[in-house]
Design a protein. Structure first.
Length: 508
């Protein structure tokens, strides 16, 4: 974007001095509203006290466990291939008709919550089209807003924001990776040359109209311009030295979507009476089986896919979803519940994502039930309860685990990515627990005619492969890179791996 002059920057600085004072009071109000919402849910569930989650500070008295000898207090996982009545799943048809619906039902009731049957429709509008360059590749960028019908409760408005970017010279529809994060034009095509001169002339004329004495100032400084063209800057490289993920996708002949989850649902407890959850509930608090933010973000991504299915530049049969950390959890939930998504790249997702809920290693279930409870269904808080009308529950009481979340993605392309603690992908995330879940879920991929990682026979003996050794031969893939809390070092491997399975050939 154009560079502001010092005078314009000074005005912005003054605004920033005042803003933090307002922000402090807003944060206090948000915290209070979140506390009230949490207590409301605890009252509904009959919970009197929650266990405190472990500290991420290794020196704290209640520090998280990192001893593998203590990591598996509930060593036996729910079996994705055993029905709730004990029957073994022996065929693909039995999986699709009976077992998969069972697992979905348990996840909806106890973990992520249910999407209501009466969620309003979304109407998509292309608000702007920009012709840009990513690197030396011309792209077409469309900014889109999906307005949710709020006629049932006009007090709450929800406008979903995403940006679709595709190679301008593509000869046909391209595969697309939807990425959770901020939306917006990646490289706005700004005015230059004569167009920029006209803007500066107009701005000077307006300034003189406001203050005629400025005419003499401009005469003394004839070369000064209020707005200057942005100088060329090389792209910020990924930490492994590669080009940014979006550049890699475009260079490989893919498109991408920047999808803003915050435009669907706020990432806090106070926002549960607003956003899409608040709109459907008409501003009232949730009930225990209502959806949390992760499921709401996944629903929003599905509505984005609704639009992509209508865009001729998109190969809608090969649309993937991607996210890191909390957005990695959301990407998994999206893939598990919406079978139209063809692939997923899950980065460093931890508890609520790829990591086993039963594992006592780093982040705990109590970290979610007492902290980011709003990501999950209200019922999930029961598993962190130390005192309640129903007694107490622990992670071993959860009827599902992440091996079954991964299994819900089968047989579609599922790539699980982590970094290393030394670079910032903290032990807190329990990389080993994610690999154990991946190994066990591979049995479902095999049942459905796909392939998982060739590792160990079972999750009890699973040992992660060395760093930078990818298990990429099957539709369920694993790779731990030597970077930090990001999936960027794995993007090039993801693209090559996905291209192989979907039959896509990068442009020459």
């Amino acid at each position: 974007m154009p560079v502001l002059s010092k005078s314009s920057a000074a005005l912005l600085l003054m605004m920033c001095v005042v803003f933090p004072l307002n922000r402090v009071s807003a944060q206090s109000a948000t915290t209070s509203a979140a506390d009230q919402d949490r207590q409301n849910m605890m009252d509904q569930l009959g919970i009197k006290a929650l266990r405190t989650g472990p500290s991420g500070n290794d020196k704290a008295p209640n520090h998280a466990n990192y001893d593998e000898a203590k990591a598996n207090p509930y060593p036996d996982l729910p079996d994705p291939l055993t029905m709730n009545d004990g029957q073994k799943v022996t065929s693909a048809q039995m999986w699709w008709d009976k077992r998969r619906p069972e697992i979905v039902e348990m996840y909806e009731k106890y973990v992520y919550g249910r999407v209501p049957n009466h969620v309003p429709n979304v109407t998509w509008t292309v608000t702007a089209v920009d012709h840009e360059f990513l690197g030396f590749t011309p792209v077409t960028a469309k900014d889109l807003v999906g307005e949710v019908d709020n006629s049932s409760y006009p007090a709450i408005k929800v406008k979903i924001h995403m940006t679709l970017v595709t190679p301008a010279r593509a000869t046909g529809p391209v595969p697309v990776l939807m990425m959770f994060g901020r939306a917006g034009f990646p490289a706005p095509n700004e005015p230059r040359g004569d167009d920029l001169d006209r803007i500066n002339q107009a701005m000077k004329a307006l300034l003189i109209q406001q203050d005629p004495s400025l005419k003499d100032v401009f005469a003394q400084h004839p070369a000064w311009e209020p707005v200057k063209a942005t100088p060329f800057q090389p792209p910020p490289l990924n930490e492994d030295g590669d080009l940014p993920n979006t550049w890699q996708l475009i260079a490989a002949g893919w498109g991408f979507v920047l999808f803003d989850p915050a435009s669907v649902q706020a990432d806090d407890g106070a926002g549960l009476t607003r956003g899409i959850i608040g709109l459907v509930n008409k501003g009232q608090p949730r009930t225990p089986e209502d959806w949390g933010a992760l499921r709401a973000w996944a629903w929003g991504a599905g509505r984005g896919l609704d639009y992509l299915e209508t865009d001729p530049s998109v190969d809608s049969k090969h649309v993937g979803i991607e996210g890191v950390s909390r957005y990695g959890k959301a990407a998994f939930v999206t893939m598990a519940f919406d079978r139209r998504f063809a692939m997923v790249l899950v980065g460093s997702s931890g508890k609520g994502g790829a990591t086993l809920l039963r594992r006592n290693f780093g982040e705990a279930v109590e970290s979610l039930t007492g902290g980011e409870y709003y990501w999950m269904a209200g019922n999930f808080m029961k598993y962190g309860a130390s005192e309640a009308t129903f007694g107490s529950k622990n992670p071993g009481d959860i009827p599902v685990d992440s091996n079954e979340l991964i299994a819900l993605c089968a047989p579609r392309l599922t790539f699980i990515s982590y970094g290393i603690p030394e670079k910032g992908d903290a032990k807190w995330l329990d990389h080993e627990g994610s690999f154990m879940a991946t190994v066990d879920a591979s049995r479902v991929f095999t049942l459905l005619g796909a392939k998982g990682p060739d590792a160990q026979d079972n999750y009890h003996s699973a040992q992660m492969p060395p760093v930078n050794t990818g298990l990429l031969d099957g539709q369920l893939a694993w790779r731990q890179h030597d970077g930090g809390h990001t999936d960027a070092p794995n993007m090039k491997y993801f693209i090559q791996w996905a291209d192989k399975f979907i039959g896509h050939t990068p442009p020459q």
